[in-house]
Each structure stands twice: as structure tokens, then as C-alpha cells.
Write a protein that binds this ligand. Structure first.
Ligand code: AMP
Length: 574
């Protein structure tokens, strides 16, 4: 397709206010385009597929420079910038100049060896590929030359859309959803199959071409590819109560406080078994936004090389650790995550380790449609270095998973997660498929506590084992007039160090003891978070805090200042 035709159609789409009409125009555009792969990207303002983290790496001023050179000797980059300040939009500025006929190095570098005749979308795409690939000394000049060569062959309307494309400001009202729907319509294939093909490939251009040339069969044959990132499945906030109601049982995992990674690994192999078809291994690590972060995380590459002996795509989190292997806060990971220089030095200060919780592909098989539990089993097997027999705890880099319908067990996983320095827990539907890019209900991060309550500590229990000398499991009460009524017990979110402190604080107030149980005079007030307040006959207030968590001692408050039953009732009603 000629770039002039593309620009003309883009103009029509931009001027069209009605969504339905836009869809019709885009459908016609894709149906008419011989280079549908390129046009499907350009119309969304993309030069490269969504999975490809290649950038043109050209700033606005280089673009102004190229426009100025193509516009004639009496125009400077500053003039272009001034005009932009007046007009406000780079497309309008580019379209306001007369281009063509300027001589210079770039005039001969229009991709397909431009001869001054009509520019095609393919020539634009190929030149932009060259432009992106230019690196090292003199690369900025080369980029400007290449872009000048393109502008020099543009009419005003072509220049309008070229400038916008290059500066990622296409904005003609065509989003991903439009292109998805249009591909289905234009090439007469079902929308859900287009959607699936997009999920595995992340490439609207490729999907459009396959739909046109190979139809449904071709689309269905599209698979994940090791090395080509897919969008990460996302979580929404949710409660334990909802999760158990909807799924009956939940897969519970620790929520690691790090940065999301997707690992793509292909081990080195001798392809045909006799040694002469050897291929080198390849490991790439991508961020949640599919940026290539491999070079910043050598530990993850080393881990993959040591552990994986089949091609695999794994989903996980990279966490910063201290010398003992305990997790460090998220900010520490950030110091490493996108680092480009002095990675080895940075690694001496903060080291990282990967933890994987999902397996999207293993040894030639895509697993997106498999239930979570089956994917986790496959994950365990690809990460196990011994043949079976290891418990999950012993498989390095494997996130643990508890399958349960018991709220108490979930609470104790949560307590362990917090105590081990993690963020909390994730709740996942054990039967759910992996849905790339979806923030669905199948993965839930446990909602952070909305409100806190200040409760009087009226009882406790002596611990067991290594905690035998500590008070723990604290009974909480609220005020009701002059009385205190119980609302629950908190044992979660407290480190051993804190328990020792609390024991020291509470021991002088012990009023009675029987076995492990201790009654306390009202003296100390705890601030506690909780997931929700439920009516319950278990406690004298008639209410129970679901998943209460210790968040601190209110040393500034006396029992008389603690929260009341009335406030509890009000919060419960909200
Ligand atoms: P948020 O960033 O608060 O939306 O929480 C979701 C993020 O938690 C994911 O994108 C992951 O980076 C991270 N995460 C940590 N542990 C897990 C886990 N076990 N499963 C899924 N995501 C996790």
C-alpha cells in the first residue's frame, strides 16, 4: 500500500466521530492493504509489535531537525519547534511544510532505495527498522538522515501521519479493541479466536496477516514462542471470604514484594542428537510491561541455566534478598531492576533471586488453558533438579502453594508470609486458566485492611515450643458503656521480637492464669486491622473480626479511649 493511501485513510478515520463508522473504515483499510501486517500496526500508532521492546530511540528534537531539513534550507529545527508551540500538534506542523527535492545523504536512504516516486508503507516500516537499529557513535545523525529521507518524499498529509507515528502520537481513535474486532470482521473469523491468537502472540500485525492468509486454521495454530513475551495475568483486590464462597477452595500463595518477571529459556542443545545441529541456549527476562530486563538480572539467567533443561516460559517475581536470604523491601529490587550500567557492582550491594509461581509453556507444550493446579505441578517438575522426591520447600525458586477450603489455614499462611517478610497472600482459583493481560477475578490479592480498630487486650495465651515464654494469641475487646465485650483474637502479623516486647508490656497485668490461658486487666490498647466484621455468637460483643491483624500498640491510649461496640456496629453496617 502506498503511504499516501494510508495517510488519506487515516485522515478519514480521524475526522469520523462515530465509532461504528470508524470500525467500517478500519475494516476497509485492512481488507485493502497488501501489507496488512504493517498497516494493522501503523493504524494504532505502533511501529513494532506489542511484545517487541525495540524503540526508535529518537527524540522530538531529532524529529524537528529531520522535518526542518526536508522543508528547505531556510527552515531550522527551532522554527519547527516555534511553530509547534503555536499550533500545538506535531502532525499539523509537519503538514504545514512543503517537502521534497532536498538533497542530502538521507535522500538516498529511503529503505527500498527511494527514487523520489511514491513512498509505500513497507518502505516506511523498513526505514524505521533501520532507524531503530542504528546505534553507537554517530547513530543520532544517522537516525536524523533516515528520517529526513522519509520526510523528503512525503506530501503534507503523509508528513502529518509520519511525524505522529515516529513520535508515538498517532491518536486517530483506533485502539487495540478496534483492531481486534475489525480483524474478525474483515477476514470472517470468530472474535474469540482472534483474541486467543493475540494473547499468545501479542502482535496485531501478525494476527491480521495470519487471519487473512490462513484463516481460522492458521489462527488456531498460533502458539506461544519462547523468547516472545506475553502479557502478564493480573490480580484484583479481594477477600478470603469471597474467594472461598466462589471457588469452594482456594490456592493460596505468598505475595512476594518484588518485581514481576517472565522468564523465557531455551537450553543449549544438539538438535538432532548427533551433535552437528547444535544450538546455543538463550535466556531472556521480561518485566511486567514486556520490557527486556535480562542484562540487569544476571542471577535470574544463572538460575535458569543451572535449573532448566527444557524450553520454558515461567511467570514469577524477582525479590531482593539480604545476606541471609531474607527478603528486602521492594525499593531494593528497583535499584537493580532496569539497571543498565555497573550491574556487577550493583549486584554486590543488593542481590536478587527469582521465585516462580506459574508455568505458561514447558518443553513444546503451551499450558495457558490448563488449570492452575496442573500448571503448578508442571512448574514443580521443570524446576526440580532431582527426579521427584523433593518436597516443594526444597525446590529452589518454586513458590509454595496451599490448596485449602479452611479459613484458619489461610490465616496461618498469611501469618507465615508476613512473618517471613513478605507482603501478604494471593488467592487464586485453582481451576482457572492463565489469561494474559487480564485483571480478572481468578487471581486476588488480599485486600489491605480498610479500617483499623483500637481494642483493649483482655486476655492472651502462652505460646508453645520456641514461643513458650511469650504471650501470644491476644484476646481483643471493645467498650460497651463500662463493660468490655470480646470481638476476636489476634495472632497474625507479629514477629518474635515484637512478641517479646508485648510479653514484657502485658505480663504485669496478668489477673489470672489457667493452663496456657491468661486473663489480663484492661491496660493495653492494640490497633488491629481486619478484613471484615461479621455477626458471630463466638464473642460476647455478638461480632467477630475476620482475619484480624496486629498493627501496633496504641501507647497513647488508655482502655477508656478504645473503640466502642457502637463504632463496631457502624463499621459492620458499611
Ligand atoms: P499488585 O502489583 O499490587 O497489583 O499485585 C500484583 C502483583 O503481585 C503481581 O503483578 C506480581 O508482581 C506480584 N506477586 C507477588 N507474589 C505473587 C504471586 N504468588 N502470584 C501472583 N503475583 C504475585
Amino acid at each position: 500500500m502506498e503511504f499516501a493511501t494510508f495517510a488519506d485513510r487515516a485522515g478519514t478515520i480521524e475526522a469520523e466521530p462515530a465509532d461504528l463508522e470508524i470500525v467500517a473504515h478500519v475494516r476497509d483499510l485492512l481488507a485493502d492493504a497488501d501489507d496488512v501486517e504493517i498497516v494493522a500496526r501503523f493504524v494504532q500508532g505502533r511501529v513494532f509489535p506489542a511484545w517487541d521492546s525495540t524503540t526508535l530511540d529518537i527524540g522530538p528534537s531529532a524529529c524537528y531537525e529531520a522535518i526542518a531539513r526536508a522543508a528547505g534550507t531556510n527552515v531550522s529545527a527551532d522554527d519547527v519547534e516555534d511553530r509547534l508551540a503555536d499550533v500545538g500538534e506535531i502532525g499539523d506542523v509537519a503538514a504545514s511544510y512543503e517537502f521534497g527535492g532536498q538533497q542530502g545523504l538521507g535522500a538516498f536512504t529511503g529503505g527500498g532505495g527511494g527514487t523520489g516516486d511514491d513512498l509505500t508503507v513497507r518502505e516506511v516500516a523498513e526505514t524505521l527498522d533501520d532507524l531503530a537499529a542504528a546505534e553507537g557513535a554517530g547513530s543520532q545523525d544517522r537516525k536524523v538522515d533516515l528520517l529526513f529521507g522519509l520526510f523528503n518524499r512525503c506530501s503534507s498529509e503523509e508528513a502529518r501521519y509520519l511525524a505522529r507515528l515516529v513520535l508515538s502520537e498517532m491518536r486517530i481513535g483506533v485502539g487495540e479493541g478496534t483492531v481486534r474486532d475489525v480483524v474478525a470482521e474483515a477476514f470472517d473469523v470468530p472474535q474469540d479466536r482472534v483474541e486467543r491468537a493475540l494473547q499468545v502472540s501479542n502482535d496485531y500485525g501478525l494476527v491480521a496477516r495470519v487471519a487473512r492468509d490462513e484463516g481460522l486454521e492458521g489462527l488456531d495454530a498460533m502458539d506461544l514462542e519462547v523468547g516472545r513475551p506475553v502479557q502478564a495475568m493480573l490480580a484484583q483486590a479481594g477477600t478470603v471470604t469471597d474467594a472461598l464462597e466462589e471457588w469452594e477452595r482456594a490456592a493460596v500463595e505468598w505475595k512476594y514484594d518484588g518485581a514481576r518477571i517472565q522468564l523465557h529459556h531455551r537450553p543449549a542443545s544438539d538438535d538432532d542428537g548427533n551433535g552437528d545441529g547444535e544450538s546455543a541456549g538463550e535466556t531472556r527476562v521480561f518485566s511486567r510491561n514486556m520490557e527486556d530486563v535480562t542484562d540487569a538480572l544476571p542471577e535470574v539467567v544463572e538460575y535458569a541455566e543451572e535449573t532448566l533443561d527444557v524450553p520454558a516460559i515461567l511467570d514469577g517475581e524477582v525479590v531482593a534478598i539480604d545476606d541471609d536470604g531474607s527478603p528486602l523491601p521492594f525499593q531494593e529490587v528497583l535499584k537493580r531492576f532496569r539497571r543498565k550500567h555497573d550491574v556487577e557492582k550493583a549486584r554486590e550491594d543488593v542481590s536478587v533471586r527469582p521465585v516462580f509461581f506459574d508455568c505458561l509453556h514447558a518443553d513444546g507444550t503451551d499450558l495457558l488453558e490448563e488449570p492452575l493446579t496442573a500448571r503448578h505441578d508442571r512448574l514443580r517438575s521443570v524446576l526440580s533438579t532431582e527426579s521427584g522426591g523433593e518436597s516443594d520447600e526444597d525446590v529452589e525458586g518454586l513458590s509454595l502453594l496451599w490448596l485449602t477450603d479452611d479459613p484458619e489455614e489461610i490465616e496461618s499462611v498469611d501469618a507465615d508470609a508476613l512473618e517471613s517478610g513478605h507482603e501478604g497472600i494471593m488467592l487464586k482459583d485453582p481451576d482457572s486458566a492463565y489469561s494474559p493481560g487480564r485483571r480478572g477475578k481468578h487471581w486476588r490479592k488480599r485486600k489491605p485492611d480498610v479500617e483499623t480498630l483500637d481494642c483493649v487486650v483482655t486476655g492472651a495465651e502462652w505460646g508453645e515450643g520456641r514461643r513458650a515464654t511469650f504471650l501470644g494469641t491476644f484476646e481483643l475487646s471493645v467498650r460497651d458503656g463500662d463493660d468490655l465485650e470480646t470481638v476476636g483474637k489476634v495472632a497474625t502479623g507479629i514477629t518474635d521480637e515484637k512478641l517479646a516486647e508485648l510479653t514484657e508490656l502485658l505480663e504485669p497485668h496478668i489477673a489470672a492464669e489457667e493452663g496456657q490461658d491468661v486473663d489480663l486487666e484492661p491496660a493495653v490498647v492494640f490497633e488491629v486491622g481486619y478484613e471484615e466484621i461479621q455477626r458471630s455468637p463466638t464473642y460476647s460483643s455478638g461480632y467477630a473480626l475476620r482475619f484480624p491483624r496486629f498493627s501496633g500498640v496504641r501507647s497513647d491510649k488508655d482502655p477508656e479511649d478504645a473503640d466502642t461496640l457502637e463504632r463496631l456496629e457502624r463499621l459492620q453496617g458499611q
